[in-house]
Write a protein that binds this ligand. Structure first.
Ligand code: UD1
Ligand code: UDP
Length: 440
């Protein structure tokens, strides 16, 4: 069996690394394709070093350009490699342009695609990431979703629940494993000479840093927050725009703000673990914060990680100066709120996600479920039906007894339930998908 991993940016390298380790441990053959979307030492190679990953087998070297051209060059490059390598499954992770390009290339070649971190939705289609993850999910065959909430997003988009696996998020595996290594090997904290009340800050979302009004609001809030020491590893996109819009110098001159280059994973984990709170618009850092029991303030108006908010560990503050400042002050001064945020339960698992995903892939391969070919049977869709179930029967039993039917969605009164095979259907209403013949 051969697995092809596709990565392109910093968070994909981090979140794929525990999966690559697991695949290596199991002795499975794999190739690693880097699209080259991130290419600076501190945005790419540093993570291969920190995470002890072997160099990619291929690097498409796409670099930075427009969204369309970047995707097109990656699509062409990935297609060529896949035609040559014919892997048994391709894995993409998250929502970057590399994910979309990898997903389209794989599905057009009828090669099976596994989407790690499938099902996340911000419901904001102005974000390039929302389009990327929706397209990736439209092309995928196996869906590794972090939580039940993301699984429910997919069932409402018509994805077959049998292909959805609720596994947690590999960020927890990466974070927990590497924090221990970071505590031994990173000297960032002593180098920076950190005091009390450290606030770690990252921003890079296009909708924040490409918009001068939003970036000014955020800059003004940071300048006002002088009761904390702000450590700000600056993403290259952000640095470029801070300079372009003329905000860079005021931040650099502020005594309570330390602007540094992006740091490696070990250094960043150590920095988070010494921080009082984190202010960010990153996706992965919202997940890491709740994993490390660190209160998170998210500089966005929506999140595809709503579980962190409902768990109580993350607050969305948007980008107005006053709301940002008030919330930072409130969290550091209100002990009760601070404790509640620290104690929020991590919805992303306890660090066994990569093991679960690799087991599912190997089982699917052994059960010959990774072979994609056109059907030679006549299959037609018989329609969608709403039905109240009175019998004492679970999802799996119902589908076995009615083998032309698939339970898509279950309603328990007004609550939506994910159709787990063992979920009892008694007194529940279901949406059933019927076919004219047995479905496999
Ligand atoms: C990309 C992803 C985003 C992800 C982020 C992780 C898309 C659409 N966006 O955003 O989802 O959260 O990566 O960090 O895929 N640059 C450098 N050096 C580098 C890389 C980038 O200088 O190594 C600069 C270039 O000026 C480039 C800009 O940063 O134009 C933006 O890079 P790009 O890869 O297009 O998007 P990100 O903002 O990094
Ligand atoms: N990160 C890092 N060094 C930094 C900033 C972030 O190692 O200077 C890590 C962080 O721990 C997280 C990942 O980068 O795992 C998040 O990447 P980013 O915020 O760029 O992308 P997103 O998660 O929003 O897609």
């Amino acid at each position: 069996m051969k697995i092809a991993f596709i990565v392109g940016t910093r968070p994909e390298i981090i979140k794929m690394s525990p999966l690559i380790d697991e695949v290596k441990k199991k002795g499975v053959n794999y190739i690693l394709i880097h699209t080259g979307q991130h290419y600076d030492q501190e945005m790419s190679q540093q993570f291969f070093t920190d995470l002890e990953l072997s160099q990619p087998d291929y690097n498409i070297g796409v670099g930075s350009t427009t969204q369309g051209k970047q995707t097109a060059v990656m699509l062409e490059g990935i297609e060529k490699i896949l035609l040559n390598e014919t892997p048994d499954i391709i894995l993409v992770e998250g929502d970057t342009n590399a994910v979309m390009a990898g997903a389209i290339a794989s599905s057009k070649l009828h090669l099976p695609l596994g989407h790690v971190e499938a099902g996340l939705r911000s419901f904001d289609k102005t974000m390039p990431e929302e389009i990327n993850r929706m397209i990736a999910d439209a092309c995928s065959n196996l869906f590794f979703v972090p939580t039940e909430e993301s699984a429910i997003n997919l069932i409402f988009e018509g994805i077959n629940p049998h292909n959805i696996h609720i596994t947690g998020n590999t960020i927890v595996d990466a974070c927990l494993r590497n924090l221990k290594i970071a505590e031994k090997n990173s000297n960032l904290v002593s180098k920076l000479d950190l005091g009390e009340n450290i606030l770690t800050l990252t921003i890079h979302r296009a909708e924040n840093v490409d918009d001068p009004k939003r970036l000014k609001n955020i800059t003004d809030a940071l300048l006002e927050l002088n009761e904390v020491t702000i450590i700000f590893p600056v993403h290259p996109r952000t640095r470029k725009n801070l300079v372009k819009f003329g905000f860079y110098d005021s931040l650099e001159e502020a005594k309570h703000i330390q602007m540094i280059n992006p740091v490696g994973y070990l250094d960043f984990l150590l920095l988070l673990s010494h921080s009082k709170l984190v202010l960010t618009d990153s996706g992965g850092i919202q997940e890491e914060a709740i994993t490390l029991n660190l209160p998170c303030i998210t500089l966005r108006y929506n999140t595809e990680r709503p579980e962190t908010v409902t768990a109580g560990g993350n607050i969305l503050v948007g980008t107005t100066k006053k709301v940002i400042v008030d919330n930072v002050k409130r969290i550091i001064s209100d002990t009760q709120l601070y404790q509640k945020m620290i104690n929020a339960l991590n919805p992303y698992g306890s660090g066994e996600t990569s093991e679960k995903i690799v087991e599912i892939i190997l089982k699917s391969y052994n059960d010959r479920k990774l072979i994609i070919k056109p059907s030679e049977e006549f299959i037609s869709h018989d329609g969608w039906y709403l039905q109240k179930i009175d019998e004492n029967i679970n999802v799996s039993e119902y589908e076995t007894n009615n083998n032309n039917s698939l339970i898509r969605i279950v309603f328990d009164a007004d609550e939506v339930k994910y159709p787990h095979p063992l979920l009892s259907l008694k007194n529940k209403t279901v949406i059933i998908d019927r076919f004219n013949s047995k479905i496999s």
